[in-house]
Structures are given as structure tokens and as C-alpha cells.
Design a protein around this ligand. Structure first.
Ligand code: SAH
Length: 343
């Protein structure tokens, strides 16, 4: 059965026509799914019963179930564990900021990129998510919190550019005026640096923010932390970032997780400054979230401060990521791992 929530409005129109229904029904259906966030055809009360029945017969309607929720006592951040129809588990995080609510979603069940410090890499990739399963995380969080989501970051479990077609479709649906209509500028996609897909994404001419997980300023060090560095060099990555900026005029964000004694030395900062200083970018320093399966530790406060200082002296725009939800299973993928261990 085809997944009705992953159709664009145009595609839905031709589906509706095939069913012998009036074309205006397509928009009604679309708005029920993507604006009113209906959880089933049964909720679509102004559609004729016969149409709802036909849809139930013809299409799959995805939905996700809340399995667990942890709320931070410090900052109100909520981490949700959701179960998909096939029993797969994904995590999503809801964060409240002054400027609005943000949701961090997963793009895959597990991940095959194998980054050394990341909990999501441990079990490998189970499967990619469909566009509707990415949307459902945002829809469920909206319904559960009763609050509007204004920003979306694709920074949960998975490598979004390893699920390229579904990601693109997800972006189109999320930003569509007949859906939640979230502005492309309020959407960030984070990648470990798959160069061919980054170039392709640049050509789509979207206004989304691209975040690149760099985490090291030499190829040698990067290879220790991220297997993907064996495939693409930092020089190639920088070239791809430059191209992305030229095409979209959107400033790139570099993510750099500081791992104590590994990538936080003065020479690491100097090389990072050298790499980024003539790029229109922003560097986000993230104190690494230690996971129990690995023995990485956070950099000390003084080292983080001097790392930041070095970049700033070179005129680089830099922030230290505020740690949200420290008390609720910090690192990405941890909640999912813990649940699986219990099962
Ligand atoms: N695959 C994508 C998006 C998912 S990870 C990517 O690599 O960008 C989101 C961000 O969290 C990435 O920058 C990732 O490197 C980082 N990350 C993963 N585990 C972490 C940990 N334990 N501590 C700090 N950052 C981590």
C-alpha cells in the first residue's frame, strides 16, 4: 500500500482523481493530514464516509506512538521515544527557546556512519525513515505539547543525506503552505559530510541551513573520530561548503564537538580558524556528551574557553552550544539504546 502522508498535494490530486473523487477533496485531505494533524482517516469528519473508506482500503496511514517521555527539570526540554508501525524506535527532542519551540528529529533508525563518540552508531543502520515518519515526529510533538513548533533540526539519529530523496520530500511537505508551513529558514539539516549529496543539495537552491559536523581540523584526527573522513577529505568538504554558500547564500554552520585531550588543543583551534576564516560561516562548539560505551570525556572549561578565544581572535563567529536536557539521557541515541536493552 502506498503511504498517503508522503504524497505532495499535486500527487494527491492525481490519486484522488484515480479514485473518481472531486479534485477539491485532495486539498481537504492534505490539510487534514498536514495542518490539522489527523491521526487517522476517521478524524476527517467533513469528508464523505465513502471516501474515508476508500482511503483506508487503498493507502497506508502512518502514525507513531509515544513510548516514553523524559522532561528536564532544569530547562523543560523533553525527549520523546516513539514507536513506529513496524516496532522500530526513534527519538525526538523538544526544546523551548525564547524565540519559539524547536524539535530535533531522527532521519533513520540507527545510523551507518560509525562516528566514534555517537550512541546512534553503535547498532548500525536498521532502516531509513519515510518522509511521513519524519513529519510524524513533529506532528506528534505538536499534539503532545499543544504548542506550535517553529524550528526543526534534522540532528537526531541518522545521517539525513544518506536518506536524500526522503529528506527532500520531507522538506517540501513541511514547508508547504497547506501543511505546517514552517519556513525553510527555520529548518537545519546536519550532515557528517557526504560531499556528493552536499553538492546536490546546493543545486536544489533551498533556503535551509546546512550544518556540517566537522569535529576535527586535520584529516588524520577526523579519521580517528569519523570513518566518513576516509572517503572525503577536509579540503573537499570545504570546497562543497563554499559551493553551498555560493548557490544559496546561506551561511554554513560548523559543528565541533570538543573531546577532552583529542581535538581541543591550541593547534586544533588554530587549524580550524585557518580552515574557516574566509568562509561565511558560524562555528558551534559542543562539549562532547560522554556515552557509557566509550571513554571520551568533555574538555575542561578553561580549554573550551581558550579554544573559543582563538577562533574569535581570528574573526570567526563562534558560540558554545547551550547544553539542554543534561539530566535526561544527554547524548543522542541513548534513550533508544536503553529501551532496546530492556526489551
Ligand atoms: N548524521 C548527522 C546528524 C546527526 S548527529 C551529522 O553527523 O551531523 C547530530 C550532531 O551531534 C552531529 O554533529 C554529531 O556529530 C553530534 N554528536 C553525536 N554524538 C555526540 C556526542 N556524544 N556528543 C556530542 N555531539 C555528538
Amino acid at each position: 500500500m502506498q503511504d498517503i502522508k508522503s504524497f505532495t498535494l499535486e500527487e494527491l490530486k492525481s490519486e484522488i482523481e484515480k479514485l473518481g473523487e472531486k479534485p477539491f477533496r485532495a486539498k481537504q485531505l492534505y490539510q487534514w493530514m498536514h495542518q490539522k494533524l489527523a491521526r487517522s482517516f476517521d478524524e476527517m469528519t467533513n469528508l464523505p464516509f465513502s471516501l474515508r473508506e476508500k482511503c483506508t482500503r487503498e493507502y497506508e496511514y502512518t502514525s507513531i506512538k509515544e513510548v516514553k517521555m523524559q522532561e528536564s527539570a532544569i530547562d523543560g526540554t523533553r525527549k520523546y521515544l516513539f514507536e513506529l508501525k513496524d516496532g522500530s524506535l526513534v527519538e525526538s527532542v523538544w526544546m523551548k527557546y525564547k524565540h519559539g519551540n524547536s524539535v530535533c528529529i531522527s532521519s533513520q533508525v540507527g545510523c551507518r556512519m560509525g562516528c566514534a563518540f555517537c550512541a546512534s552508531a553503535i547498532g548500525g543502520l536498521e532502516r531509513s525513515l519515510t518522509p511521513s515518519e519524519m513529519l510524524d515526529q513533529i506532528y506528534a510533538v505538536t499534539l503532545l505539547t499543544g504548542e506550535r513548533v517553529s524550528n526543526v533540526v534534522v540532528m537526531g539519529t541518522g545521517e539525513p543525506l544518506d536518506n536524500y530523496d526522503a529528506l527532500l520530500r520531507f522538506i517540501r511537505l513541511l514547508t508547504d503552505e497547506n501543511g505546517l508551513h514552517i519556513s525553510q529558514r527555520n529548518l537545519t539539516v546536519s550532515t557528517c559530510g557526504l560531499v556528493p549529496q552536499m553538492l546536490k543539495l546546493a543545486d536544489e537552491q533551498l533556503q535551509i541551513t546546512l550544518a556540517l559536523s566537522l569535529h576535527a581540523s586535520s584529516d588524520e584526527k577526523r579519521k580517528e573520530l569519523m570513518p566518513v573522513a576516509n572517503k572525503y577529505s577536509i579540503a573537499e568538504l570545504m570546497e562543497a561548503c563554499r559551493y553551498y554558500f555560493e548557490k544559496t547564500k546561506r551561511r554554513i554552520t560548523f559543528e565541533y564537538s570538543l573531546v577532552g585531550g583529542v581535538n581541543d588543543r591550541p593547534e586544533d583551534a588554530e587549524r580550524l580558524a585557518e580552515l574557516t576564516k574566509d568562509l561565511n560561516c558560524h562555528v558551534n562548539l559542543i562539549p562532547v556528551n560522554p556515552i557509557k560505551e566509550r571513554d571520551f570525556v568533555q574538555s575542561k572549561g578553561a580549554e573550551i574557553a581558550s579554544f573559543k578565544n582563538k577562533l574569535e581572535k581570528n574573526g570567526i563567529n563562534v558560540t558554545i552550544r547551550r547544553e539542554m536536557g543534561r539530566d535526561i539521557d544527554g547524548a543522542c541515541g541513548q534513550l533508544r539504546r536503553r529501551q532496546k536493552a530492556l526489551q
